[in-house]
Ligand binder design. Structure first.
Ligand code: HEC
Length: 159
């Protein structure tokens, strides 16, 4: 992490509307290659469809970096443990609140949500508005971050 901007710095700078940060990153030839190959990979995991012109195709590279915001509380592996939150292996297509050895809030169990990429996008955008009273806070305020992370999660939670 030392020596290059961390995810949170990048996110912070996005929020401060300094598009030159992303621009200068994109101009780096090496990263450009990574982004290009990520985009190609992403097509095979049916990325979240979004309507805004502002949104770029998912970057699995950035998705992997953004996982830093979740991994204190979640694991991804089939045999992964529950930490503060439930393991996310196989989460797509699953009913919310259905990992049997994890104690969910009543709100999550009764939500009736199925975790499609679109529903996960809504949840991460506003966790408490989408499922009021559930016990996860935070999420990802920036739409592009959600697109990137959800594409990466689709790949990682189904291996
Ligand atoms: C501080 C801990 C914490 C962090 C960080 C966190 N979560 Fe959670 N997450 C939880 C808890 C706790 C729950 C269970 C909520 C409940 O039962 O009401 C949860 C539930 C979930 C669920 C529902 C799972 C299911 O089986 O229904 C998803 C999806 C999820 N989190 C995704 C994420 C993603 C993606 C991130 C990173 C952007 C993230 N979480 C970051 C604590 C966290």
């Amino acid at each position: 992490m030392l020596g290059k901007p961390t995810v949170s710095t990048i996110v912070l700078r996005y929020q401060e509307n300094q598009p030159e940060v992303s621009l200068s990153l994109r101009l780096m030839p090496v990263l450009g290659l990574i982004l290009a190959s990520s985009a190609a990979l992403a097509q095979s995991v049916s990325p979240l469809s979004v309507s805004s012109d502002e949104i770029e195709p998912p970057s699995l590279e950035r998705g992997a970096e953004l996982w830093a915001k979740c991994r204190a509380c979640h694991t991804l592996e089939a045999q992964g443990r529950n930490i503060v939150g439930p393991r996310l292996y196989g989460v797509f297509g699953r009913k919310a609140g259905s990992v049997t050895d994890y104690r969910y809030s009543e709100a999550m169990k009764k939500s009736g949500v199925i975790w499609t990429p679109e529903n996960m996008d809504r949840y991460l955008a506003a966790t408490q508005d989408y499922i009021p009273g559930n016990k996860m806070y935070g999420g990802l305020a920036i739409a592009q971050d959600r697109v990137d992370l959800i594409a990466w999660l689709q790949q990682q939670t189904s291996r």
